[in-house]
Design a protein. Structure first.
Length: 672
């Protein structure tokens, strides 16, 4: 291909791929299949290989990670990245406010406008945009020089490679915190354990470790995200305040924390701190305090800097989520996939308002790596509502009476053989009928994110198992009121509610059902991908590992695990019995008995009232089907302006043709 043509094609592909990324990741409404997307992506990669000089700095291929580096190079920050002074009480804040008013020469009554932001617990980075293009990214380092990690930062999907504005500043340096939200952190740690890698003690360490990878392909697989919070050097644009800065960069596509807000004086700061302390345990990410900044940039400049921190900002820290306690015992427990996990029973200790008495030790290898023994004094850390982890042993506190817990030879629950599978750190119970595994799989099946059987918690599941009423999840749908009346403290009403909740779970979405099955490596996210990729349970069950791999984000390990699950005789039987009992997973947007059930629609031409994917969703929500081409089976063609051959064909076949207006009327129940 001629270089000019290649340049044009690359520009087209970059834009098209970014557009599809947006549709896929942000709007959840892909317009093309994964295979079509992959074809575009591969074409771009090939062109970039052929013409390396044409690689654009905002090329979406950077998102998957390029060549590994030998080592990081150093970059000097144009403006030093300072740290923050700490406050621990409202008295410290009063001191801070008093000093600011004194330095600004303000009268006692004058109140300052501050902006309060959650203090994100991650890794500080700097992004450099030249004329709107991300050209460099670095770590904070010692504040003066950091490490250049541009390729790694480009793999973070939330970081725009190009600012969303037609008139970007010539230079914009943005500082922010790269972090790992709690749910991805939990998933990521589980995956590491399954792969035999040591899990991270907290999301901050995980984020730091992920950013410092010399191979950006590794960083690309870590679910990192960013929150931007401060400008560095800016040329070609003037921000008047922190509040205006945050609003503007947000409009340009940089993520900022939506909880940040301007407040007045000490009272405003106190309220914000109190609110965040109350929210802390419910946020999907870790915060370790509140950052208070003078909002007005002119006042910030007037106040200036000290050697290591700015005079106009302070961090009001929350109590740390670490504590020292003693491991009283270590108990092996069996999970739903048979993995035996050591859990530490701790001398109860309070960690920022919550009493902690257990910590996960992950697996034997990890326990050995940290050399954790019964009787040890340990430092533990709690991140959000994630099960606390042991950070390290305080070996200086050892007395010599501490004991190691040996690897069990038999399952602590059923006595079956325990094996260590090659390539895995986990030790696993092989007992097919291990009661602990069955118990855990039923708990998972009924849980809120799975089939959401309201009221069916551990307590009832234990009774069902003890009475021999249930041996697997399919048995749940055979229960009768008489069965439940055998429970301790069970009444008619309660039994009726429970049966109602079980019945109500029959029509969950396909993705939910797949997740509920508890297939190894298939979390909620993967279950959604699988459901979207196959559309029906039967096609899903029949899919080969190769077909699974065509689904974006499904790797070989996951594909193997899924095929193995559906190949299992016992698993197939349970699924058949579930279906026979009336469990009927629905596909996401489909509604049985909708207005358009059984009807096929084709949209063509330039649509003005809705996009094609919106139209598709509307049709599916009413039980209909949106097709790409017109045939005898088409019921309606909706033609926008300049409709061409499809309209022609519809006329030939005598298919009803509607305008957008008429389609919308039909949506509202009027006859076209
Ligand atoms: S502003 C002079 N805002 O806290 C202002 N920092 O202890 C410099 N951090 O290195 C930083 N959330 O990594 C700022 N909303 C926020 C922040 C924040 C977290 C981190 C940042 C900084 C450290 C200082």
């Amino acid at each position: 291909m001629d270089i000019n043509l290649a340049k044009e094609r690359i520009a087209f592909l970059c834009e098209e791929i970014e557009r599809h990324n947006l549709l896929y990741y942000e709007n959840d409404a892909p317009e093309i299949s994964d295979a079509e997307y992959d074809a575009l992506f591969r074409e771009l990669q090939q062109l970039e290989n052929q013409f390396p000089e044409l690689i654009r700095p905002d090329s979406p291929t950077a998102r998957v990670g390029g060549r590994p580096l030998g080592k990081f190079s150093q970059v000097a920050h144009r403006v030093p990245m300072l740290s923050l002074d700490n406050a621990f009480s409202v008295d410290d804040i009063m001191e801070f406010d008093k000093r600011i008013r004194r330095e600004l020469g303000l009268a006692d009554q004058a109140e300052i406008t501050y902006i309060c932001e959650p203090k994100m617990d991650g890794v500080a980075v700097e992004l450099v945009y030249e004329n709107g293009i991300l050209v460099q990214g670095s770590t904070r380092g010692d504040g003066v020089t950091g490490e250049e990690i541009t390729a790694n930062l480009k793999t973070i999907r939330d970081i725009p490679l190009r600012l969303k504005t037609d008139s970007p500043p010539q230079l914009l340096e943005v500082r922010g915190e790269v972090y790992l939200p709690l749910e991805p952190f939990r998933r990521f740690n589980l995956e590491r354990e399954e792969n035999g890698e040591p899990p991270f003690a907290n999301p901050r360490n995980a984020a730091a470790g992920s950013l410092r990878q010399l191979d950006p392909k590794i960083t690309a697989r870590r679910p990192l995200t960013i929150c931007s919070y401060a400008p560095g050097t800016v040329q070609g644009y003037v921000f008047g305040s922190q509040n205006a800065f945050l609003a503007t960069i947000m409009a340009w596509g940089l993520p900022v924390n939506p909880l940040a807000r301007p407040v007045t004086g000490i009272a405003g700061i106190s309220d914000f701190h109190e609110e965040m302390a109350a929210l802390r345990d419910t946020l999907p990410y870790e915060i370790d305090g509140v950052v208070v900044k003078v909002d007005d940039f002119a006042l910030q400049r007037e106040l200036g800097e000290k050697s290591r921190s700015s005079k106009w900002a302070i961090a009001w820290k929350f109590p740390p989520r670490q504590a020292v306690t003693v491991v009283e015992d270590i108990i092996p427990s069996v999970g739903r996939t048979g993995v035996i996990t050591p859990t530490a029973n701790l001398r109860p200790v309070e960690v920022s308002g919550v009493t902690v008495s257990r910590a996960t030790l992950h697996n034997w290898e990890e326990m050995a790596r940290k050399d954790i023994r019964i009787g040890d004094t340990v430092l533990i850390e709690r991140a959000g509502d994630v099960i606390p982890a042991v950070v390290r042993v305080l070996t200086e506190k050892r007395t010599g009476s501490e004991r190691l817990l040996p690897l069990p030879a038999a399952c602590p629950e059923c006595g079956s053989l325990v094996v260590k599978i090659p390539d895995e750190v986990a030790v696993r119970c092989l007992g097919l009928t291990c009661p602990a595994q069955i118990r855990e799989s039923i708990i998972h099946f009924a849980s809120r994110h799975a089939m959401d059987i309201d009221g069916l918690g551990e307590k009832y599941i234990d009774q069902l198992l003890r009475l021999g009423l249930v041996h697997d999840v399919a048995d749940l749908y055979q229960l009768t009121a008489a069965d439940l009346m055998r429970f301790e403290r069970m009444g008619d009403k309660l039994a009726e509610n429970l049966l109602g909740a079980i019945a109500a779970s029959k029509n969950r979405e396909l993705a939910t059902f797949i997740f509920a099955l508890g297939i190894r490596h298939v979390g909620e996210h993967t279950a959604k991908l699988l459901a979207a990729g196959f559309g029906s349970l039967s096609s899903r069950m029949a899919a080969s590992a190769g077909e699974l791999l065509t689904i974006r984000e499904v790797g070989p390990q996951v594909a193997r695990s899924i095929t193995a699950f559906f190949a299992g005789e016992e698993n197939r039987r349970v699924i058949e019995r579930l279906l026979a009992a009336g469990v009927s997973p629905t596909t996401a947007a489909k509604r049985v008995g909708g207005r358009f059930t059984g009807k096929t629609f084709v949209f063509t031409g330039a649509l003005e009232r809705f996009s094609r994917s919106e139209a598709q969703k509307m049709v599916e929500a009413e039980g209909g089907h949106a097709a790409g081409s017109v045939s005898k089976k088409t019921d309606y063609v909706i033609a926008g302006a300049e409709a061409g051959s499809k309209l022609e064909k519809a006329r030939q076949l005598g298919v009803a043709v509607l305008t957008e207006e008429e389609f919308l009327q039909m949506m509202e129940g009027k006859e076209p």
